[in-house]
Design a protein around this ligand. Sequence first.
Ligand code: TGC
Ligand code: FAD
Length: 389
Amino acid sequence: YSLTSIPDYYGIDSLLTEEHKLIRQSVRDWVESFVMPQIDHAAQNHTDIPNLMKELGQIGALGPYIPVEYGGSGLDQISYGLIMQELERGDSAVRSAASVQSSLVMFPINKFGSEEQKRKYLPKLAAGEMIGSFGLTEPNHGSDPGSMETNFKDMGDHYLLNGAKMWITNSPLCDIAVVWAKNEEGKVQGLIVERGMEGFTTPETHNKWSLRASKTGELVFNNVKVPKENLLPGVTGLKGPLSCLNSARYGISWGVIGAAIDCYCTAVQYSKERKQFGKPIGSYQLQQKKLAEFLTEITKAQLLCLQLGNLKNEHKATPAQISMAKRNNVKMAIDIARESRQILGGMGIMGEFPMMRHAANLESVITYEGTHDVHLLITGLDITGINAF
Ligand code: TGC
Ligand code: FAD
């Protein structure tokens, strides 16, 4: 499909600045030239995309809102969202790589790190010369990270870290991991663990049917000696990791619009070209209903994100508002991926078209960063004041 067919049904572009549109265009162009030609191969073969992080660094997609003095681009939250949208039009694995590095690794170092930590890690992370991962989830504690078992003890001149994290994006590739663990008082704190520290391993998780172009694995800590200067000094408690999630969930809300757009545009074009019973399938009411509903849902999701971005720029977005957008938009995108695949009939199962890949990817996206049901419970709590977890 032509990039000019990407929908802006409510003229939302008129609410963006010229800078926003330029940023979006440059990421869109990069996705067309770098991601699209190789993404099906990477996903089919369950391999990562060579040089992805450095490329993402070069286009400014790593830490877009991190201050320029630490290697970021100092952009606003709408720019961050638009970048995520364009990356995920390519593939959720590409957006995931940028999400984790930006919101889950650079964000906590920038917000909770010491000046030395910021100077040591942020510029390299922004350039993609260093790859970060984020360890919150454990084998026995996913939706309920507050029950985590990973812990560290103060040994005088260092900390001793023990435990394991599971389902960690980019763990097999990472140079550093921001790891959330309990101190001796049972309070959650963040530690920067570096590859090469004795007792730290990152086994890969194989055989995924989803996010196949992204590496996932474990972070295992067996008496790892972590230097004291690697503790994030600025936060104690679960609100540390959860505030990173606010940023990542916000980016996902935008990102999945990109996946939905890729499916929608592909389906519109196919429905006009493919003929059955002597007429294009797009001339039949059943197919038009699908397309009309896709466009309606994409438009609603775009408006939700734009206003959430405005609130975020003003530091007014609440975690519950972000949960609503993450939950609504991921469901919107996975529904569009599944339904649009049907419009392509048998062709819809093929790698030449993106629907199966997006639909399979979105099974992870609807689970990570808080499951669909967990976000509903967060909204329920916000409405009633009653915790139903
Ligand atoms: P609860 O008692 O509600 O809260 C504990 C403390 O945290 C504060 N808090 C938040 N702070 C900032 N932002 C938020 N969104 C926050 N939500 C809660 C809260 O105020 C409290 O602070 P304080 O000072 O009183 O101690 O927590 P709970 O134990 O009842 O648990 C509920 C919760 C929030 C953990 C649950 O709702 C939840 O969100 N579970 C989902 C876990 C999750 O999202 N994991 C994601 C792992 S990372 C990931 O998936 C990366 S995928 C990346 C990719 O590849 O793109
Ligand atoms: P569980 O918490 O065991 O949930 C299982 C089911 O029970 C879900 O349907 C859930 O909604 C439901 N449930 C749970 N509690 C309740 C309740 N109170 N009421 C009703 N229903 C409930 N984590 C990281 O820390 N870093 C990463 O980089 C990362 N990357 C990931 C990449 C991939 C590809 C995947 C799949 C996951 C990743 N995760 C990561 C982990 C992800 O955040 C967790 O999978 C997610 O939070 C859910 O945890 P769980 O898998 O343990 O499911």
